[in-house]
Ligand binder design. Structure first.
Ligand code: C2O
Ligand code: CU
Ligand code: CU
Length: 506
């Protein structure tokens, strides 16, 4: 990749997507949305090596500087794609932090658009959490920005420090853009990265580590004939009119599956156990992952860190925003074998995800212990308040969008107050798929309809996949910080089209 001047990106923003094949096909199985067809030839699967995002180096202990800028990256072989990148790369650099040790990340915005940084899964004070209107304006653009309609936030120009106390257990977090109305195109164009939290509990376990611990960011993208990310946004400049062309209002699905920014990559592996931290960073696509040869996914952790005990899955359903920490055992796979990880919900090319090519036998001292961590049993006190949130299509300020309890996001007037320390039952009700995400503290899934939690609901969650026609009850309890946070759908098109509500901890 190389830095590019603003000219090419601004040209892109000026309407290059008009040349893209914005024709779609029918909705892909299991996902809410419509697939965009790429306008250039796509590579064969399992030919590109799996990249692993670089680990960010602190400028001093616990302090990081990330510069958001436009760069070109070879996403498809031989094709240059402009990305909006943290440090100019997609995925951004991985931040590694320790539980209990504060981290300060200074973000500098050299992009042509405002941004907002959110640490997804972070137990973060409100002024550092990435409230959607706390804009970070581009360097030198303090005057030029006219703002988001009447709404206001804490707007700064150039740089902002995000202070993360990291008073939380080890877990796979991720950071991504969260700007009001424009989260979906910003993440689609590259603004996403991992943030891993480690702690002593996890260190003491004999889990695969080093080269055998891989973060895997799954997302789907489509490309214009020029090699740009094709996104059917109404305002290609990402400044004025929010939302996407009507045909994609349920969600934008790409026809290329990327893992860590590479199309259908292959990883040369030892015949050994691997720990995979799987993140679905797609705007709208859900995956049902399957490994060749019936190799199971042994789940050791969820959004909020280690489970109490491992859970074995033959398939793994992953909705946008969710993380699954799994161990896969390749030790019995003969050298020379390719083990594919496919997507049973995909059609055509989106049925492929990535592959492991086992290239050598190797010593392996790792194990998955029967007990992993302490996860307290879910306790809901009698008389805990019950609040219902209905996720439905609806009118949001005169146009069709996505609503919660009949209303689109209005940060200034509509909000839910919840006292710190109080356990509440939140009931999520939907017609179509909505991955529902809550900021500040993770929750526990109590039940789906009249049944118990689903197969993929174990442990501490911050995003739950609410399936069509389902009623999902979760137990929430907020701790630590008073202020404004959000609850929203993590289908990013739905989020941008107002499926979000302010939660004020009091
Ligand atoms: Cu991953 Cu509020 O977002
Ligand atoms: Cu979040
Ligand atoms: Cu949704």
């Amino acid at each position: 990749m190389s830095p590019v001047g603003r000219r090419r990106f601004l040209a892109l923003l000026g309407g290059a997507a008009a040349g893209a094949a914005l024709a779609g096909c029918g909705p892909a199985t299991g996902s809410t949305g419509r697939q965009l067809v790429s306008a250039l030839p796509l590579p064969a699967p399992y030919g590109v090596p799996l990249p692993v995002p670089p680990v960010a180096r602190p400028v001093s202990p616990g302090r990081y500087l990330i510069t958001q800028r436009v760069a070109e990256q070879e996403v498809l072989p031989g094709v240059r794609t402009p990305v909006l990148g943290y440090d100019g790369i997609f995925p951004g650099p991985t931040i590694e932090s320790r539980s209990g040790h504060e981290v300060v990340v200074r973000h500098r915005n050299e992009l042509p658009v405002p941004t907002v940084v959110h640490l997804h899964g972070g137990h973060t004070p409100p002024e550092h959490d990435g409230w959607p209107l706390d804009l970070l304006l581009p360097v030198g653009d303090a005057q030029g920005w006219t703002g988001h309609h009447r709404m206001t936030g804490d707007v700064v120009e150039g740089e902002r420090d995000h202070r993360y106390p990291m008073t939380q257990r080890a877990a796979t977090l991720w950071y991504h853009d969260h700007r009001m109305d424009f989260t979906a195109p910003a993440v689609y164009r590259g603004l996403a990265g991992f943030h891993l939290v480690r702690d002593g509990v996890e260190d003491a376990l004999p889990l695969p580590r080093g080269d055998r611990e891989l973060p895997l960011m799954l997302c789907d993208r489509s490309f214009t004939a020029d090699g740009e990310f094709a996104y059917p946004g109404l305002d290609q400049g990402m400044r004025g009119l929010p939302g996407v062309e009507d045909a994609w209002s349920a969600g934008v699905l790409g026809d290329v599956v990327l893992v860590n920014g590479a199309p259908w990559p292959v990883h040369e592996a030892d015949a050994a156990r691997y720990r995979l931290r799987i993140l679905n960073a797609s705007n709208a696509r859900r995956y049902r992952l399957v490994l060749d040869g019936g190799i199971p996914f042994v789940q050791i952790g969820s959004d909020g860190g280690l489970l109490a005990a491992p859970e074995r899955h033959d398939v793994l359903d992953v909705a946008p925003g969710e993380r699954f920490d799994v161990v896969v055992d390749l030790s019995a796979v003969p050298v020379g074998t390719v083990v594919r990880m496919t997507n049973a919900l995909g059609e055509g090319r989106t049925a492929d995800v990535m592959a492991f090519r086992v290239v050598r036998t190797a010593r392996d001292d790792s194990a998955v212990p029967e007990r992993l961590s302490d996860v307290e049993p879910v306790a809901v006190p009698a008389g805990a308040p019950l609040r219902t949130f209905a996720f439905l299509r609806g009118d949001t300020g005169g146009h069709s969008g996505w609503t919660i309890n009949g209303e689109g996001f209005d940060p200034d007037s509509r909000r839910y107050g919840t006292p710190l320390g109080q356990t509440e039952v939140w009931r999520f009700v939907t017609a179509v798929h909505h991955p529902v995400h809550v900021h500040l503290d993770p929750f526990r899934v109590l039940r789906r309809g009249s049944g118990g939690p689903g197969a993929f609901d174990a442990g501490w969650k911050d995003t739950v996949d609410v399936r069509p026609g389902e009623v999902v009850d979760v137990a929430v309890r907020f701790t630590g910080y008073r202020g404004r946070y959000v609850l929203h759908c993590h289908n990013l098109e739905h989020e941008d089209m107002a499926m979000m509500v302010a939660v004020h901890t009091v």
